[in-house]
Structure formats: C-alpha cells, structure tokens
Design a protein around this ligand. Structure first.
Ligand SMILES: NC(=O)c1ccc[n+]([C@@H]2O[C@H](COP(=O)([O-])OP(=O)(O)OC[C@H]3O[C@@H](n4cnc5c(N)ncnc54)[C@H](O)[C@@H]3O)[C@@H](O)[C@H]2O)c1
Length: 259
C-alpha cells in the first residue's frame, strides 16, 4: 500500500531528488513548486499557501502520510522570509489536518548549516513571534542597511527554533506526528551550482561550511534519502530533531557540544 507525500520545492534540487526517490519507491507524490509541479503556487504569499491546502486536499482525497517542506530561496530580498519561514511553517501547519487522517503521519522541514551563521536577532525574534508583516519590514531595513545577507540565516535559525518548540506540543507529538528537520551543508543544486563553478565561489562556500567528510558539496540524493526516511513509517520516535547532513560542518562549528 503506497503512502501519499506532499513535497514542496519538487521542481529542483533537493526537493526534486526527494520527489523522484519516493516515486521510484512506488509512493504517491504530490509535487509543489512555482512551476513544473502538480501544484503550482508561490509559497511566499497567503494566496499560494491557501491554494496549496485546497489543491493538496483535493488531489490526496483528504489524507496525506508525509509532508516534506523543502522549497526555499537564498535571494537577499524581503520575500525570502515569506517562503523560507512562513511558507515552510504554513505548509506544515496547513497540511496537518490531512496528516491527522494518516495511520503513520510524518512532517519534515529543511533548515541549513547557515542556521548557525551570524543572523539578525531582531528578525529571528519577529519570525518566531509569527508576525509576517513586521518580518517583511525588518528584512527591508536589512536590505536598506546593506545587511541583506543576514536574511537567509535568520529565516533558517527561526525555522529550526519553531520546529524545536513545536514538535513536542499537543498539535504534533500529541497527535502522533513526528516533526523534524534536515539541515544540509553545501549541496550541489541549482541554488549553489553557479558558486561551485568558480574557485572563488568554492573557497567562499568552504569558509561558510567546510565539509571534511566526502568533500565540498553533497549530491542532492544525500539529504533526499534522509528526508524520505524522516517522512517514512520507520521514523516513530524522533521528535524535534534538526539533523545536519553536512559532511561535518556542524561538528567543526559546535565541537563536542550538542547545543
Ligand atoms: N543547496 C544547498 O547547498 C542548501 C544548503 C542548505 C539548505 N538548503 C535548503 O534546501 C532547500 C532546497 O534548496 P535547493 O538547493 O534544492 O535549491 P533549488 O533552488 O534547487 O530548489 C528550490 C526550489 O524551491 C522553489 N521555490 C523557491 N521559492 C518558492 C516559492 N516562493 N514558492 C514555491 N516554491 C519556491 C524553487 O522554485 C525551486 O524549485 C531550500 O530550503 C534551501 O534553503 C540548500
């Protein structure tokens, strides 16, 4: 009996690799992306998020077994808070009623090794408070101040915090839904390929995320296999974990400490 999965960001990179892997295993996959997907929506908008829930309900018949929220962007613009934090959170929350119809529901988001990089504490505070209008204003201020590079790590730090603080609550653990995250290091996808193509770019990525295990860029199949496991039936007791699949970057950054 196949399971039904909703995978956002399914048209490219890690989301595409995850959707293909699940489909190869005979699972029913509903792909979501701006274009080139079963459900074509902009997850940085309320309308896109509403359409996602309506269309996923229609296409799944009202029951989804796994939600894998991958869609994200590194663009140094305010709308990045819309897709990376609110888009991912609302994908997971909006589809939770469909997960509740499953015998083995699972939910997974994607953060990043960059969640450990310097961020804007004010933007992280606003994001975790759930105020999208204020987050867009704060992100615009960062752009105006020439500090737009802080937007991406702020969104990923806030998402990791949201997953940690939500997973053990009644809404998730209380309803039998493991909620976890994968934090990739550098992965060779359209998001990074241009940077990986030059020596200067590779040096920059190495500085941001050195990967002593198996090299400077993982193929997208590496996080995809972990995402598929976290969204699969075997994942029964993992709760609120942010798992770094990063060739050792997190170990180098945080040492022996787990916090
Ligand atoms: N590639 C890396 O090195 C890396 C490292 C850490 C984390 N990540 C995270 O992994 C996830 C996937 O990244 P990727 O490397 O596969 O990138 P990618 O650019 O190949 O794929 C991202 C997908 O998200 C979709 N998307 C972007 N904005 C959207 C929106 N507003 N609405 C709907 N879909 C939207 C894009 O169209 C694209 O198909 C992202 O959340 C990213 O932040 C990537």
């Amino acid at each position: 009996m196949s399971r039904t999965y909703v995978v956002t960001g399914s048209a490219s990179g890690i989301g595409r690799a995850t959707a293909l892997l699940l489909a190869e295993r005979g699972e029913h996959v509903i792909g979501v992306d701006l274009s080139g997907a079963d459900i074509e929506v902009d997850l940085s908008t309320d309308e896109g998020r509403r359409t996602l829930v309506e269309e996923a309900t229609r296409r799944s018949g009202g029951r989804v077994d796994g939600v894998i929220a991958v869609a994200g962007s590194t663009a140094e613009v305010p709308a990045t808070v819309g897709v990376n934090f609110f888009g991912m959170r609302m994908t997971l929350e909006g589809l939770r009623p469909l997960l509740e119809e499953s015998d083995a529901p699972r939910a997974v988001g994607v953060t990043s090794i960059m969640s450990l990089s310097p961020n804007d504490a004010e933007l992280v505070r606003i994001l975790t408070a759930g105020d999208e209008s204020a987050a867009l204003v704060r992100a615009s201020e960062l752009v105006a101040e020439g500090r737009a590079e802080l937007i991406y790590p702020s969104t990923k730090q806030a998402l990791a915090q949201w997953i940690r603080s939500s997973a053990a609550t009644e809404a998730w653990a209380g309803r039998g839904i493991p909620l976890n995250a994968v934090a990739p290091g550098v992965v060779a996808t359209p998001m990074t390929n241009a940077t990986l193509a030059t020596a200067e770019g590779r040096a920059l990525l190495h500085e941001l995320a050195p990967m002593p295990l198996n090299g400077p860029a993982a193929p997208p199949g590496s996080p995809a296999r972990l995402l598929a496991w976290l969204a699969g039936e075997e994942c029964t007791h993992l709760c609120g974990q942010v798992i770094f699949v990063d060739g050792g970057s997190d170990v180098l950054a945080r040492g022996a400490s787990t916090w």
